[in-house]
Ligand binder design. Sequence first.
Ligand SMILES: Cc1ncc(COP(=O)(O)O)c(C=O)c1O
Length: 359
Amino acid sequence: MARVSNFNAGPSALPLAALERAQSELLDLNGSGMSVLEHSHRGKVYEAVHNEAVALVRELLAVPENYDILFLQGGASQQFAVIPMNLLAPGKSADYVVSGAWAKKAIGEAKNVGTVRVAATTEQDGKYPRMPRQEELQLDPAAAYVHITSNETIGGIQWHTFPNVGGVPLVADMSSDIMWRPIDVSKFGLIYAGAQKNLGPSGVTLVIVRKDLVEGARKDIPKIFQYRTQAAENSLYNTPSTFGIYLLRNVLSTMKDRGGLSAVETQNRKKAEMVYSAIDARPELYRCPVDKDSRSTMNVVFNLTTPELEAEFVATAQKAGMVGLKGHRSVGGIRASIYNACELAWIENLVKFMAQFKK
Ligand SMILES: Cc1ncc(COP(=O)(O)O)c(C=O)c1O
């Protein structure tokens, strides 16, 4: 079996050790005589896995005790709607930073629920070359929350220093860069992320939310969408994605084995530096459309001089065992998604390929 160098944007590469553990435990989890797929979500065997997954999130991200950790379904896209449903009360308004395709979707759903303001946008001719600067934010001090997208997966831009939003809860879509490094969770009111990049398979959405926001959230929405429902039941109000949470547990335990998020960050910075250096080293062929101070450490986007050359780049790379390099269909170009599980050896192959291509 030859595993490829997988640069997919999500679902994306998972740590081999996490997959091998799933393989070895698949038919018989912990001597129970059955697979995690066959266990009741109310039984002791699954409960242990579930609680370990919650504990690993708390430990790795140093989540303070006054935050609930939830495993929900419906993806980050469902959270685009569920966040305003819970936190945007009638008569209030929410601030959104519009930094790209995902932020646009988030604000689009919030508009269906209540009143929203654009606190900043860096849009230039339909493109978003960078994140806004602190002084560009026009914040409403009475806002219900401020929403940011910590990493724009399609545009390849990332917040490197999170904005100061005063006393207003900061809500962040961290779908594509959660756990790429340690962060101070206490700076946020709510963090959410679809699991299918850095955390595990699709089908699980991690939500980390301050308890006072859960308690104060609206009660006039369906029970299944109220954060308090799942918070009160440890995300077991209804049947969760048990296999997804199991695999997330495996992924997080490999991160812990690697030395936690500081070690993960060091490796991620090194990988990103290698790819951006390979782009900058050949300006006659490659160009990154993102301003240097907003370049993403997770999704490196770049262009070649023509779409034909880009297609050739993707096809030739694929023949050399590197997959998933085609840019998002809405923007074209090349995108190398180099999440936590993307191995250093894959990056070494990629940069070697980039140096040699068309020489
Ligand atoms: C930043 C960001 N937000 C939201 C989403 C949507 O996630 P989901 O497909 O889990 O709804 C994605 C998907 O790639 C994403 O990258």
